[in-house]
Design a protein around this ligand. Structure first.
Ligand code: DLZ
Length: 170
């Protein structure tokens, strides 16, 4: 039976086919108090949606998220990956180099594998801003990332079903 979920932007009906998908979560250890809360939000949302198979893997920092996501897709055959990290602006240009590399690489994985690789990475100025987005006053961005993964998997199923129906007519 389909499960009805409401994200901040849209309502999603999760079909039984989507519930059987394997979803990977790759999480960075840097700023673990924050990434741990984002992980809790993402896992809780996937469980509430009835997702049966969830693999959680930790990597050292945000820079390692793209390779961790690639491992989950290539070696564990994940259908979607949620990448969770927290980059806090410091006094060196590190923040810019890492956030640009991570954003570009995660974005490319979506198209390379034709699978959702969701950007659950906070890029903030302060630890306080991160806390607000990791279960604080601005919600939990991990939970939002999980809903995005489900929405994209559902979209794929719908488009597949529609294109199958069209072929029957020829
Ligand atoms: C080096 C570094 C710095 C300065 N800041 C962060 C951060 O705010 N968040 C994060 O997830 N990782 C950070 N890292 C570590 C890098 O992502 C990476 O793990 C190392 O540079 C090793 O490749």
């Amino acid at each position: 039976m389909a499960t009805h979920l409401k994200s901040s932007n849209t309502a999603i009906n999760i079909s039984d086919d989507v519930k059987r998908k394997h979803i990977g979560i790759v999480v960075a250890e840097w700023n673990k108090d924050i990434t741990g809360s984002l992980l809790e939000g993402a896992s809780a949302a996937l469980k509430a949606a009835g997702i049966e198979t969830i693999s959680i893997k930790w990597v050292p920092g945000a820079f390692e998220l793209p390779l961790g996501a690639q491992y989950l897709i290539e070696l564990a055959n994940a259908d979607a990956v949620i990448a969770i990290g927290c980059l806090i602006k410091g006094e060196t240009p590190h923040f810019h180099y890492i956030s640009e590399a991570v954003t570009g690489s995660l974005s490319r994985l979506n198209l390379q594998y034709i699978k959702p690789v969701v950007y659950g990475v906070l890029t903030v100025d302060t630890h306080e801003q991160a806390k607000e987005r990791a279960g604080g006053s601005l919600g939990n961005k991990g939970e939002e990332a999980a809903l995005v993964a489900l929405q994209m998997l559902q979209l794929r199923e719908e488009i597949k079903a529609e294109s199958g129906r069209k072929k029957v007519g020829f």
